[in-house]
Write a protein that binds this ligand. Structure first.
Ligand SMILES: Cc1cc2nc3c(=O)[nH]c(=O)nc-3n(C[C@H](O)[C@H](O)[C@H](O)COP(=O)(O)O)c2cc1C
Length: 375
């Protein structure tokens, strides 16, 4: 009987040690070099693990970007051939949403769900939740062109960029409503620390973060860390900032982004939408003016509180009319004037930036009016 118990214990220990191996694999070291995935002109950063496969992949991408055609499969991934092989260190793992995986040495899998298989880990797409992953990776679709690169290659599709942070998704809903009314690209800011409970202990952590900023607002060290952002602001002429109110101020996480990038909005159109439970927003307006000192403010900020959040579609529509959004954001002269005073890029006559020359009709390229006729 004793021997039997001993055997059971040894088997249990062996089982635990094989589980631990799995856990060790999860805690791999990462590279400082990011990889970018670009789909439909939108780039997202990938944190790469440091292994023989990623070292070979980075070396390959140093020679130029790689575009692959991937297909949805199994309800959890898009995958397909890389066109070359990488060294494998396969192990049985359960890949999670956001994981970037090497399968069979020469296929790349981008996960929007989970699956257990013998894989080599390459990396993890930064800071996208499952529904954002499904939309970015075009889950369920076929023949999805994905470009792998070492630099972000996002092409703006609009003159306007909406920049927001959201903790309990009220601002997220506001942005969804806003972008159903205007054509805009969207940038969501995420805290580096995903485990903070800002509302814990009577919202004390949120208050601590703001107190640190208020004590020394000119020091980068005062601002909580956020996930890296690859979006360039250069190509946009209009920004709409959507922020929660915390303790009558701008939420600390968004303050970090604006502390580093607010100056890049100098001379450009900026609008502000603030979501609070019930407090008035003058403190948030003051934060925005401090962090984006030379903005061309588009009218007064829009305040959406808990009581009228359900009515946001009408509030946003009226605000866009009040600030004369469509006229302001499409003034072509405001966009990208280079040293020769020529306008970079291709625009339609409404001032909306185009990705390519249209098949027919009048357009403006680098400041010169042209006519496209179908051949
Ligand atoms: C740390 C913290 C502090 C807050 N302080 C206030 C406040 O002083 N007054 C108020 O009306 N709402 C306050 N709120 C509530 C948020 O402003 C409100 O719920 C907002 O709609 C949240 O937006 P979000 O869901 O996009 O994060 C606070 C929320 C948090 C997390």
């Amino acid at each position: 009987m004793k021997t039997f118990t001993k055997i059971l214990m040894i088997m249990f220990a062996m089982f635990m040690s094989s589980c631990n191996k799995g856990n060790e694999a999860v805690a791999q070291t990462t590279m400082s070099q990011k990889m970018y995935l670009t789909i439909d002109g939108v780039s997202k950063p990938v944190t790469l693990y440091n292994n023989a496969a990623t070292q070979a992949l980075v070396a390959r991408l140093e020679d130029g970007n790689v575009t692959v055609t991937l297909n949805s499969s199994g309800g959890f991934e898009i995958w397909g051939a890389l066109g070359f092989s990488l060294p494998t260190s396969n192990e049985q793992i359960t890949a999670q949403p956001g994981d970037v995986i090497l399968y069979n040495g020469s296929n790349i899998c981008l996960m929007y769900g989970s699956n257990s298989w013998s894989y080599t880990r390459l990396g993890h797409i930064d800071a996208l939740n499952e529904s954002e992953l499904r939309s970015f990776l075009k889950a369920g679709e076929s023949n999805i062109e994905v470009t792998l690169s070492l630099q972000a290659t996002t092409q703006p599709t609009s003159n306007t960029l909406v920049i927001y942070y959201s903790y309990t998704n009220k601002c997220h809903e506001i942005v969804q409503t806003l972008t159903s009314q205007i054509d805009a690209d969207v940038l969501r800011i995420y805290p580096a620390d995903k485990n903070q409970q800002y509302e814990a202990n009577g919202y004390a952590i949120g208050m601590q973060l703001l107190n640190t900023i208020n004590a020394n607002p000119n020091s980068a060290d005062s601002y909580p860390e956020i996930d890296p952002v690859s979006t360039s602001l250069d190509e946009y002429n209009t920004f709409i900032i959507v922020t929660p109110l915390w303790w009558s101020q701008m939420a600390a996480i968004l303050q970090t982004y604006l502390f580093h990038h607010g100056a890049e909005m100098a001379g450009k159109n900026v609008g502000l939408i603030v979501s609070s439970h019930s407090s008035g927003i003058s403190g948030v307006v003051a934060d925005a003016e401090r962090l984006i000192p030379d903005a061309n403010w588009m009218g007064d900020a829009l305040w959406i509180n808990n009581a009228n959040h359900g009515n946001r579609a009408t509030l946003i529509q009226n605000w866009l009319t009040d600030i004369n959004y469509s006229a302001i954001s499409t003034i072509i002269e405001d966009v990208n004037i280079d040293s020769n005073n020529a306008l970079k890029g291709i625009y339609n006559l409404n001032g909306q930036r185009l990705r390519q020359v249209p098949e027919t009709g009048i357009y403006i390229e680098n400041g010169i009016k042209k006519i496209a006729t179908k051949k």
